[in-house]
Design a protein around this ligand. Structure first.
Ligand SMILES: Cc1cc2nc3c(=O)[nH]c(=O)nc-3n(C[C@H](O)[C@H](O)[C@H](O)COP(=O)(O)O)c2cc1C
Length: 448
């Protein structure tokens, strides 16, 4: 079996993944707006030698028929949040090896400024940064805040391709890796190795010199999570790591095969893309103890949150449809994945399902041994490279996982024990022999 990669899913906000479990007695997520929360969580991840901490993000919010439902505020479903780039920046000085991966929107960010911010993080972290490319799940509300017009679903992916070309040109082509000489008796940099970038694309234009020099990885490790056909195409062409939702081994195997096929269509090798599935679990001393603990998590959440939460991801108000309406009758310009994955089921089924686990799948509920068994079975059955642990109650879910499940995975030889010294996040996650993107990646053509 492959050596697994394991990251932790977080959101610089009180809730995650469309559920609202912040009232649970053990939850400390209401302290998401303190540096201590992030410092302590990052320390748990780094002490356990996890691969990275992932900070998801959204610029938009929940709206139903153009109005923000009061429950979204009462249960802090979507707002307030913190900027993940700034949170990651704060963690650079409290961590030394942990990867820091964050979402950045190709819909609303200006690419030149975004390229600089990510390069700065990559530089100061010594090459520990990853970027989850999103077209923004909450696009309908985010565009209003940015004074933009709505951009349709597949058009947003075309926009993302253009955005990628701009940032690649700056990350890969603006400054050659050995441009900086820093020679006090000579010169600081070699002008022959600093290049003017020009870009005239369908969505973005830019002409300039890189505001930052080349960072250790150049391009941060590229993550992508869109599961619609358009999303998978972009992931297959550009992604180095793809996040997929959770599900049965059979469902995940289908996703993994489709992503690898897209990579091959794009002229890359099937395993140039590492596939990581979201994974949630509730651990107990016995199976029935775990079931009791899971029920307590469900009880911590108000049921009214479900409609507002589903609307945030899809713009659809499920309360306005008869419960027997087939989900195939619905469509969205937001997350098509969150409609398509319920094909064959009804609106009533989805309301019940979403209440228990939001965008994720039902957590695996059991003893540490049972959870380790499930992780191994999923990895083998679905050809996965790793997991994105999506904790239900933070930080205790992460702590319990690293204390009880991780040692079992280590004993089985499927998760490594130590960090390799000086390794970049790219080398760690992809097995690359240096921190730069391989020559087979589309970004490499912008190098000099
Ligand atoms: C593990 C995981 C993490 C995600 N994180 C984000 C995120 O931080 N922000 C966001 O807007 N979408 C996020 N998404 C959603 C997708 O990237 C994508 O934008 C969404 O599913 C809509 O595109 P699609 O219809 O192509 O799937 C995430 C998805 C998964 C599976």
């Amino acid at each position: 079996m492959k050596n697994l990669k394991i990251g932790v899913f977080e959101n610089a906000q009180t809730n995650a993944s469309g559920t609202a479990t912040w009232r649970h007695p053990d939850s400390r997520r209401h302290l998401f707006d303190t540096l201590e929360y992030w410092r302590d969580l990052a320390a748990v991840c780094e002490d356990a030698k996890l691969d990275f901490l992932f900070l998801a993000d959204a610029w938009g919010w929940s709206e139903i028929d153009g109005t923000r439902p009061p429950i979204a505020t009462e249960e802090t479903l979507d707002l307030p949040r913190l900027d993940p780039v700034v949170v990651a920046s704060a963690l650079l000085s409290t961590t030394t090896d942990l990867g820091l991966v964050m979402t950045g929107s190709a819909l609303v960010e200006p690419p030149y400024a975004f390229a600089r911010r990510m390069a700065t993080l990559d530089q100061l972290s010594g090459g520990r940064i990853g970027w989850n490319i999103v077209t923004t799940g909450t696009a309908d509300t985010a565009v209003k805040a940015f004074g933009m017009e709505m951009v349709a679903h597949d058009e947003r992916y075309r926009m993302a391709e253009d955005f990628l070309e701009v940032v690649y040109k700056y990350w890969e082509g603006a400054w050659e890796p050995d441009a900086l000489e820093k020679d006090k008796d000579g010169r600081f940099a070699d002008p022959a190795k600093v290049h003017l970038v020009t870009h005239k694309g369908p969505f973005f234009r830019s002409e300039g010199y890189g505001n930052t020099a080349r960072s250790p990885q150049g391009t941060p490790v590229l993550f992508q999570a869109g599961a619609s056909p358009a999303g998978r195409r972009v992931g297959g062409r550009h992604g180095e790591c793809m996040f997929i939702g959770s599900g049965s081994a059979e469902q995940l195997a289908g996703h993994t095969a489709a992503i690898r096929a897209e990579a091959v269509t794009a002229g890359r090798r099937a395993d140039d893309v590492k596939v990581m599935s979201a994974f949630s679990c509730v651990i107990g001393a016995t199976t029935s103890d775990a079931e009791r603990r899971y029920q307590r998590i469900l009880d911590a959440q108000r049921s009214e949150v479900t409609v507002a939460s589903y609307a945030m991801f899809t713009g659809l108000d499920l309360s306005s449809y008869a419960p027997e309406t087939p989900m195939t009758a619905l469509s969205t310009e937001l997350s098509q994945t969150q409609v398509a994955r319920f094909a064959g089921r009804t609106v009533g089924d989805v309301l019940a399902d979403w209440h228990t686990h939001g965008v994720g799948a039902r957590p695996v509920v059991g003893t540490a041994e049972e959870i380790a068994d499930e992780i191994c079975a999923l990895a083998e059955g679905a050809d996965l490279d790793g997991f994105l642990l999506s904790p239900t109650v933070q930080p205790v879910s992460t702590t319990e996982f690293v204390e009880s499940v991780l040692p079992i995975l280590r004993a089985r030889g499927v998760f490594r024990g130590e960090y390799a010294e000086g390794e970049s996040l790219r080398e760690r996650l992809t097995g690359a022999s240096d921190p730069a993107l391989p020559a087979s990646h589309p970004a490499a053509r912008f190098r000099h």
